[in-house]
Design a protein around this ligand. Structure first.
Ligand SMILES: [Zn+2]
Ligand SMILES: [Zn+2]
Length: 252
């Protein structure tokens, strides 16, 4: 490699936006890089199946909402906070595609144990895809698929426009918003295939569950979930009476 490629360059950090001396090819300032490495799952009690952060002594609320095990397992390298949250928001709302290139290697590594034939991204609605110009989940699926040597296919579509999940504050509202919202793209054959569903963030798991239902109904042999980050607190157990009215404190 030429010496000038190894020396730091002054550029915008893709996570915090500050101008800093950063290594060429890794568009993060030193502080954000340190935070990114620290954002990996660490000492919290995690659900072994879906990686939700648990309250000690309680079952996982996300798994409880999926009694039929439509999503058989979940993989994610990060929790949704700090630098990772910054990267995902930039990827989603600023079209910052280098952020996807930073997240994909960790996702590919997190999904090492996944047994999959095909990566399928969670689709955007037609209107949102037009506004944004790209689907961030498809971008992550494409990059991760390349690293894992797996094909990616946009096999799911949204059958109707839904409200933004982040604007809905109860589990019930999030679930109702997505009933019948996904279908397998006509002409796509996924029967007997083991699907690794890809999304940027998982919060309540309602989106993954609705996608998994559509994939299973179309004959998928298995559905596992891979996302860049899992929102902390999503798996905490709420008493059923309180669950419907429980407000999400997180915005995503
Ligand atoms: Zn930074
Ligand atoms: Zn769980």
């Amino acid at each position: 490699m030429l010496p000038h490629l190894l020396s730091p360059v002054s550029a915008h950090c893709v996570a915090c936006g500050q101008v800093a001396d950063i290594a060429d090819g890794l568009p993060l300032c030193p502080d954000c890089l340190r935070r990114l490495l620290k954002a990996r799952h660490s000492v919290d009690a995690l659900c072994p199946r879906c990686l939700s952060v648990l309250s000690i002594g309680h079952p996982c609320a996300v798994c409880r909402r999926d009694p039929d095990r439509l999503v058989s397992r979940a993989f994610a390298p990060y929790r949704y906070r700090g630098t990772v949250r910054g990267l995902i928001l930039r990827l989603k709302f600023s079209g910052d595609t280098p952020a996807a290139a930073l997240l994909a290697p960790a996702m590919a590594e997190a999904a090492r144990a996944a047994q999959a034939d095909l990566l399928v991204p969670v689709p955007l609605g037609r209107r949102r895809q037009r506004e944004r110009g790209y689907n961030q989940a498809a971008l992550l699926a494409m990059l991760t698929g390349k690293l894992r040597g797996l094909p990616m296919e946009e096999a799911l579509i949204r059958t109707r426009e839904t409200k933004r999940q982040s604007g809905l504050h109860t589990i019930l509202a999030r679930r109702q918003n997505l009933i019948g919202a996904f279908a397998v793209r006509p002409g796509t054959d996924i029967s007997g295939k083991r699907i690794l569903l890809v999304d940027d963030v998982r919060t309540s798991g309602a989106t993954a569950l609705a996608c998994a239902r559509a994939l299973r109904e179309a004959g998928a042999a298995d559905v596992q979930l891979l996302c860049a980050a899992i929102a902390p607190g999503a798996g905490r157990y709420f008493r059923p009476s309180a669950a419907a009215g429980r407000r999400y404190r997180r915005k995503e």
